[in-house]
Ligand binder design. Structure first.
Ligand SMILES: N[C@@H](CCC(=O)N[C@@H](CSS)C(=O)NCC(=O)O)C(=O)O
Ligand code: FE2
Length: 243
């Protein structure tokens, strides 16, 4: 694939501080959206239409606890669109992923790497041809996902990041699923050296994570049951829609 055929858009939801990514092969028009937010479905599908793309996959990096996925709502708008989630996540999807699987979108490949620890089912999507990876909540810019719910496990997260993300070449760009500080992108080298949690030893990391004491996400009670059903069931009244 020629570089000019690669389309990449980073979209933001300021309510949940979630990044959604649209990745497409401009030559074939095939596209995948990763971690869409239900309140932003109109915006995202308008962009897909404006760019003349055909969305074939709506994928999530994990079952989110802080917002409801837009993948189910998108499926009701676009017949043929397939929802995608890791098998280990335990949620519903049309296509289940395992470590080492490859998603083909036009002429580019997205490698799936299991990166559990924030949740059991977290995956990182790697586009080797473009030297980038989408890390979900496993790795945030200068941070990482919390490990205090959804089968979170700090030692497991540390090993996932070191073995599956920090093993990528130093110049690979890393794009997270959330940012709370104004960052948009980082690199493997930056995070290996500057991440205040993950640049430490595993023992220090586990101690840091045990001391975070973060408040629970305000949407968690609604988000988890809805996201296990692809954002199509158990929706709070204000987010219900006609299927
Ligand atoms: N205040 C937010 C929730 C913030 C939060 O807990 N974020 C998660 C990612 S979403 S599961 C996280 O892992 N944060 C790590 C950190 O160090 O902040 C809300 O109420 O929604
Ligand atoms: Fe999360």
């Amino acid at each position: 694939m020629m570089p000019e055929d690669f389309i990449f858009r980073q979209l933001f939801d300021s309510e949940s501080c979630t990044y959604t990514y649209l990745i497409a092969d401009g030559a074939s028009g095939q596209a995948v959206i990763i971690d869409p937010v239900i309140q932003k479905v109109d915006r995202d599908l308008q962009l897909v239409a404006d760019l003349g793309l055909t969305l074939i996959y709506a994928a999530n990096t994990h079952v989110h606890a802080d917002h409801i996925t837009g993948s189910g709502k998108m499926k009701t708008r676009l017949p043929g669109l397939k929802s995608v989630l890791s098998e280990a996540s335990g949620g519903d999807a049309d296509l289940f992923l395992n470590h080492g699987d490859v998603l083909n979108v036009g002429s580019f490949e997205i490698e799936v790497r299991a990166t559990p620890g924030h949740t059991n089912g977290c995956v990182t999507y790697v586009v080797h041809q473009q030297r980038l990876a989408l890390t979900g909540d496993a790795l945030l810019v200068r941070g990482c996902g919390r490990t205090d719910f959804q089968q979170g496990n700090s030692a497991r997260l540390y090993q996932s990041v070191h073995e599956q993300i920090f093993s990528l070449p130093d110049d690979f760009k890393l794009f997270p699923a959330h940012d709370y500080k104004g960052f948009t992108v980082t690199t493997v080298k930056e995070e290996k050296t500057l991440n205040p949690r993950l640049s430490k030893s595993e023992e220090e990391f586990v101690a840091i994570m045990a001391g975070l004491n973060l408040p629970y996400p305000k949407m968690i009670d609604a988000a988890l049951p809805a996201n296990l059903k692809c954002g199509l069931q158990n929706l709070p009244e204000e987010l219900e829609f006609d299927e």
